[in-house]
Unconditional design. Sequence first.
Length: 341
Amino acid sequence: MPVRSSSYKRENLRTLVETDPLSPQVTYADRIMLLGSCFTEHIGNRLKTLKFAIDLNPFGIVYNPLSIADQLQHLLNPVGFSRDDLVFHQDLWHSWIHHSRYSNPDAELLLESINKQAVASSKFLEQTGLLILTFGTPEAYYLKTSNRLVSNCHQLPADRFYSRKPDPQELADLWIPLIDSLIRRNQNLRICLTISPVRYFKDGPTGNQMSKSILFLFIGILIKAYPDLYYFPSYEIFMDDLRDYRFYDADMMHPGPAGVEYVWNQFVKACIDPGAYPLMNEVESVVKGTYHRPGGHLTDAHKRFVAQQMDRISALQVRNPFLDFTEELEILRGQMGSDQS
């Protein structure tokens, strides 16, 4: 069990999960790639909002270590996808390795999109400073006709697939040479592993715990093989510190806004260099101001506010040319050109 990167402290009727810092911690100079479950999206979108250079789930959300390894292999060797990698269902073409957000009624457009993304993400990975991997479940799905691993079933009939849970050693035997390849390709790469706090109750609470246990044992083997791997205890924070359903969403399975905020703050403290905090605060203030919408009319006061926001962005970009406020500037210009009537 990977406990090296965290410790536990009982205080005020709580079990605080204290996390050792990532070394070295992330700055705005780092590129960050994130792959994994929907919990990865929470952290990745926060980093994106703060204008860190990120590549978030280039294949879409994925949950199991086998599929994540498959995606990384495609980034290490971007040979390109073909029609053999697609399936047509419900008037759309889908990729077996991609999320449905890429699906398209035109197969050629789908292939163009996913191949372009694969090439861009492959180049990004070569310069990535931190790779964050979030595992949700060990259960992987396969096509019965070909035994092909699929990352997304795209709502095809369940009888076309079978699933299995590999044991921890099988996962480690796949991942150890993969990590070797990643480090050879990018010697500056740091890898952060975490287990999603989302509980999968398809097999009941006992089945969920057994699945998470496979992931813990698997990560334990990796950390023994690679002591420099960093483990962030997002699962433990929810299970041991946030023992209250107010930190969960309405389904009582997924983290809610308060829980995500708490874990985000723990992540910032552990993984981001404090020297980046002042710029993070400035960027957050500008982004929040951009999405502030006026009432029914564009008043002179709001026009002045928009102009001030654009000036703040300009000043930030002069001091930090790497920041990209293209989206925010488009919104602000749109507000200035709208009569709000």
